[in-house]
Ligand binder design. Structure first.
Ligand code: GDP
Ligand code: MG
Length: 154
């Protein structure tokens, strides 16, 4: 079972689409390991997307991601990382609407910036992003419940 990090972005939360997205991901076989509604500061959003610093869309992206609450998720499924990226569809929601109209970004996104959801793109990104939002979550290896000094946040 692989874990990935996913996020429902502020556009989808403010439109109420998070209800639809949470239902679709559970119907898609993803288990929700952790879920939190989080308001990112501008600085935290900038840090989360540091890999894109300097790109033409970066400042707008950081403004967007700190404009309202997000829902941060740790999801589990076989091949969760690629599976979640497939369920989301192409990055640009205009492209998603044309090419993958049934994808989450096709249905709930608007354009290149406001695209409803996020997903980690590799095991290394998933590990970094899970830690970024859920620093106390211990995933691998799972502690032995009989002896564990740590605990799992559900
Ligand atoms: P993702 O992994 O599919 O989310 O795409 P990236 O990691 O490349 O980009 C991160 C986020 O930046 C995307 O989800 C969009 O919200 C935004 N973004 C990416 N590329 C563009 C672009 O060319 N134009 C604009 N306006 N926003 C972009
Ligand atoms: Mg990305």
């Amino acid at each position: 079972m692989q874990k990935t990090f996913a996020m429902i972005k502020p556009d989808a939360v403010s439109a109420g689409y998070h209800h639809n997205i949470l239902q679709e991901l559970e119907l898609g076989g993803f288990a929700i390991v952790s879920k939190a509604r989080v308001q990112l500061t501008r600085a935290r959003a900038a840090e989360f997307y540091a890999e894109h610093k300097g790109k033409h869309f970066y400042e707008k992206l950081v403004d967007f991601m700190s404009s309202g609450p997000v829902i941060a998720l740790v999801l589990a499924k076989e091949e969760a990382i690629t599976g979640w990226r497939t369920l989301m569809g192409p990055t640009n929601s205009v492209v998603a609407k044309e090419q993958k109209p049934d994808s989450l970004r096709g249905k709930y996104g608007t354009d290149g910036t406001y695209n409803a959801c996020h997903g980690a793109d590799s095991p290394a990104s998933a590990a970094r992003e899970i830690k970024f939002f859920f620093p106390r979550l211990i995933l691998d290896p799972l502690p032995d419940p009989a002896t564990a000094k740590t605990f799992i946040i559900d």
